[in-house]
Design a protein around this ligand. Structure first.
Ligand SMILES: Cc1cc2nc3c(=O)[nH]c(=O)nc-3n(C[C@H](O)[C@H](O)[C@H](O)COP(=O)(O)O)c2cc1C
Length: 319
């Protein structure tokens, strides 16, 4: 059963799967592993300064000749310098995905450089605006996902975005196996972006404590921080997350949020989780699908397994 739409074929992929450009997590090595296997590897630039991003692009270039992309985190204080780096590397970068906001002001620069742009959208309204501005596709991401989230679920969002726009739609949020890929295609998406499943790829360098927490997590083990102060983000339950939520709700001081504590805990918390694994200070960002992510595998095996299962289901065969 052919799962690749003309759009995915035009990207030079073997699988209709993007690996999410996760801040501090998705480095040049992970992106190259996914791209070498035939998926779309995407480097997460997150809040990293431009020289770090340049280095990760060099790493990816040294490890793969296949197309890879880069995610621009619109909340980053370094967003403008990071975009300069990407434009300078336009011949090596197949596409840019954008997260956490509206990329309108940067689109013309990417389009003039001939780089495809695929924004993450949380609503039909944003999808329509992006289509009008000439983006190549959109990623409709539901709030089941790990990291920063919108308010809609994938199941409700994806078909509505598919109906709202004529450009390709990629589904994200809560997709962890071939059932998720097949379901996304039934909703009208042409492919999927997965983040949480790739957290446990062999080539993913996150701290072993973080990886182990994803492997052990059950369905109800995520929390959303930033619902009261800042930006909502889905993380695994740990000391850091419960402490953060207690402070933002102001539970320790008569419903008065402790802004200082929240800021101190929040700053660099994903980076701390990735690099030190510290459950007291680190945010283990991961999605609700963590409960079915329970084995470490090479990225190539993840891509193959998910696609085979989806093809069998969509082809109407027993899996
Ligand atoms: C640790 C982590 C960090 C992430 N960082 C970013 C980011 O910097 N930019 C972005 O657009 N999406 C980010 N995401 C979202 C992923 O790219 C992807 O869309 C999401 O993980 C899909 O949902 P899933 O986790 O249920 O697979 C992140 C997700 C995780 C788990």
């Amino acid at each position: 059963m052919e799962l690749l739409s003309p759009f995915f074929k035009s990207l030079g992929l073997r699988y209709p799967i993007f690996q999410g450009g996760m801040a501090w997590v998705a480095d040049g090595k992970l992106a190259a592993a996914v791209s070498n296997a035939g998926g779309m590897g995407i480097i997460g630039s997150g809040h990293a300064p431009a020289d770090v991003v340049r280095h990760e692009i060099e790493v990816a270039k040294s490890l793969t000749k296949r197309p890879f992309g880069i995610n621009v985190m619109l909340l980053s204080p370094h967003v403008k310098e990071v975009i300069e780096v990407i434009l300078a590397e336009k011949d090596s970068i197949a596409l840019v995905t954008t997260g956490a906001g509206n990329p309108s002001e940067y689109l013309a620069a990417f389009q003039q450089a001939g780089i495809r742009v695929i924004p993450v959208v949380p609503s039909t309204g944003m999808a329509r605006i992006m289509e009008r501005e000439g983006v190549d596709a959109v990623i409709a991401e539901g709030m089941e996902s790990g990291g920063h989230i919108g308010r809609m679920t994938t199941m409700a969002l994806v078909p509505q975005v598919v109906d709202a726009v004529d450009i390709p739609v990629i589904a994200a949020g809560g997709i962890g196996d071939g059932r998720g890929l097949a379901a996304s295609m039934m909703l009208g998406a042409q492919g999927v972006q997965m983040g949480t499943r790739f957290l446990v790829a062999e080539e993913c360098h996150i701290h072993p404590l973080y990886k182990e927490a994803v492997l052990k997590a059950k369905d109800i083990d995520t929390l959303v921080t930033g619902q009261y102060i800042g930006h909502p983000a889905r993380v695994l339950k740990n000391k850091m997350a419960t402490h953060y939520i207690r402070n933002e709700k102001g539970e320790a001081q008569n419903d008065n949020p402790d802004y200082a504590a929240v800021e101190e805990l929040g700053n660099g918390s994903l980076r701390r989780a990735v690099q030190t694994g510290d459950p007291e200070q680190g945010a283990y960002m991961a999605g609700e699908i963590s409960g079915l992510v329970n084995k470490i595998q090479p990225a190539s095996e993840i891509l193959q397994e998910v696609t085979d299962q989806a093809a069998a289901l969509l082809g109407g065969q027993e899996n």
